[in-house]
Write a protein that binds this ligand. Structure first.
Ligand code: BDR
Ligand code: CA
Length: 313
């Protein structure tokens, strides 16, 4: 087997973040160097708690978990308890974690790791607002050229928005941070709502997790059951989108996804459109492409991968 790919997961768990983390921890193709937590779905004390709950559930209490930024670069924090529940991980009751947090700040871990590892060998997988990544790029501009790529969940084009009519949650929470990342020159792979709204759970897909008969399978089924209620009521859809696992699935099986290498700009000033990803899907702007912006996925293949890997834990 080729050497596992080194990744750092930047996250604000969140049930769908949890499934993404479990998918990564279950996959021998990936070497997870650490988890960096950010405020997003819930405030930082809860995202750091939840990240450790997930590592312990996966049987990985030695995983490095760092606390990062507790608020966006310039704005007040917006959270999403209305989607994820009060804890951020409602739907499955798990014990408080016993494993410790790492000392030091997540941003320092990002900078130090990128400087210490071979240039081009570390991929950043971003599942929440981009505050930690942007802070690291601002503080240490030399690291941008050392990142292999950033694979992130955020934004939307045809699906427009989920937290406002014009913006997706992760980008809307910290548009200034997103702008820094999108202008950084680092290769970007973006999983927008256009893709993640196709990664929909169905009764059969949730029951397949439960039928694994393992504590992890039950936890994933409980989380997705909880998460579903909100999206089914909102969209009238059959299930809920598993947004964040699309990023890790891409690292494992990129051919599940298709998209376009295009220019994407972040709206930071709009009164009604802050956090909008202005994606030049039709290539009309003449601006330089800066992101591989995904548009479609093979949902059956995605869930087959996910279920098989979750079954390994
Ligand atoms: C994104 O926002 C969060 O609620 C999810 O965890 C995901 O990262 C979807 O808009
Ligand atoms: Ca998330």
């Amino acid at each position: 087997m080729t050497k596992p790919r080194k990744i750092i997961i930047d996250t604000d768990p969140g049930q769908d973040d949890a499934v993404a983390i479990l998918l990564a921890l279950a996959s021998p193709e990936l070497d997870v160097l650490g988890l960096t937590c950010v405020a997003g779905n819930v405030p930082l004390p809860l995202t750091t708690r939840n990240a450790r709950v997930i590592c312990e559930l996966a049987g990985r209490p030695e995983m490095k978990v760092f606390a990062g930024c507790e608020r966006p670069l310039t704005r007040h924090l917006i959270t999403a308890e209305h989607v994820h529940g009060k804890s951020g991980l409602d739907g499955t009751n798990l014990p408080d974690p016993a494993m410790p947090m790492e000392e030091g700040h997540a941003v320092d871990f990002l900078i130090d790791t990128l400087r210490a590892q071979t240039p081009g060998s570390v991929t950043l997988c971003a599942l929440g607002p981009l505050t930690n990544l942007a802070t690291a790029f601002q503080r240490a501009p030399d690291i941008a050229s050392r990142v292999c790529e950033v694979v992130l969940m955020g934004g939307a084009y045809f699906e427009v928005g989920n937290i406002t009519p014009a913006a997706e949650f992760n980008i809307h929470v910290d548009p200034e941070a997103a702008e820094i990342v999108f202008k950084s020159g680092v290769p970007l792979v973006v999983m927008p709502l256009d893709v993640t709204h196709k990664a929909l759970t169905t009764r059969a897909r949730v029951e397949a997790f439960r039928a694994l008969g393992t504590p992890v399978g039950h936890a994933v089924a409980g989380w997705t059951d909880f998460f579903e209620r909100f999206d089914m009521a909102k969209y009238g859809s059959e299930g809920a989108p598993l947004h964040d696992p699309c990023t890790v699935a891409y690292l494992l099986q990129p051919d599940l996804f298709s998209g376009r290498h295009i220019n994407v700009e972040i709206e930071t000033r709009g009164e009604f459109t802050a956090g909008m990803t202005v994606a030049d899907w039709w290539r009309v702007s003449g601006r330089q492409p800066n992101a591989m912006f995904m548009g479609d996925l093979d949902a059956a293949g995605f869930f087959a991968l996910l279920t098989e890997r979750i079954g390994r834990l």
